[in-house]
Design a protein around this ligand. Sequence first.
Ligand SMILES: Nc1nc2c(ncn2[C@@H]2O[C@H](COP(=O)(O)OP(=O)(O)OP(=O)(O)O)[C@@H](O)[C@H]2O)c(=O)[nH]1
Ligand SMILES: [Mg+2]
Length: 309
Amino acid sequence: MSAPANHVSGFVSIIGRPNAGKSTLMNALLGTKLAIVADKPQTTRTAIQGVLTLPEAQIVFVDTPGIHEPRHLLHKRMLERIREALVGRDLILFLADAAVAFSRKDEQALEWIRKLATPAVLVLNKIDLVETKPLLLTLIDEYRRRHEFAEFLPVSALTGEGLDLLRKVLLARLPQGPRYFPEDHLTDLPERFLAAELIREKILHLTREEVPHSVAVIIDRWEEEPRPGGAVLTRILATVHVERPGHKAILIGRKGAMLKQIGSLARREMERLLDRKIFLELFVKVSEDWRRRAPFLNELDQLSVPRTQ
Ligand SMILES: Nc1nc2c(ncn2[C@@H]2O[C@H](COP(=O)(O)OP(=O)(O)OP(=O)(O)O)[C@@H](O)[C@H]2O)c(=O)[nH]1
Ligand SMILES: [Mg+2]
């Protein structure tokens, strides 16, 4: 693929504790909302590849699940995705929430990069929430004492503050290399997976406590239907699996109102992301303890198997 001389390219993984803003940051850098975002921990459950193509560079980002203590098989698989995302990378962006004081959990999260030869940049996110500079400096000091970071960058993935500098750092630190993907390539994740994620995101936004964690979405049917004038209508049938009957009742809501709201919000966003008309039908099913069952998790994993080029 043609690219100018001095073109740089490389693989950059974004890791950090849950809710630090990893997915928000990747979306901001890509300029597109690709990864789902929510104010609940453990929103991202797998590796999300996002490719940024610039005239002078191509950066393959991988957004990962938050680093946490595993309590069941789903958690273990999430940690496995982080582990894989640390192999063969050019740079790691280690994200931390700058609005929260340094804790033992941050210390433990650092274990993930301690033995890596790959350079890591500490990105202190959410500086829009930090009131005074000394707080930020204290935090930087905590990290500096524990790991040899290549750079320390305060940013706000939400407001965009500091992102220009982050982009410059990325370009400066990546090696010369080719364009790996065509210019318009955004991700290798299948559309079905992206659609299922959007449904889950709307559920995360509309529910609380255990419900968001109890939800998995499987696409049962995906049919492309040609329409007059060359347009395409995609008919999607998806099942929302929950662990408990009580969760099912919450998701359906009074006279089905909740499920209807989830469906219409998800459909609108699918139409924007996939750029076509969507007809979406949702079902809710109780699949007890699916987070602990390998066959169910295998089926879920199938949904995110990368498309071949
Ligand atoms: N104020 C503020 N909020 C932010 C910023 N970046 C992210 N957030 C919010 O933080 C929450 C978590 O963001 P995510 O991007 O989902 O965080 P994550 O690290 O991907 O979380 P997991 O996937 O659960 O590990 C959301 O409510 C975001 O809107 C920021 O720079 N400032
Ligand atoms: Mg995330």
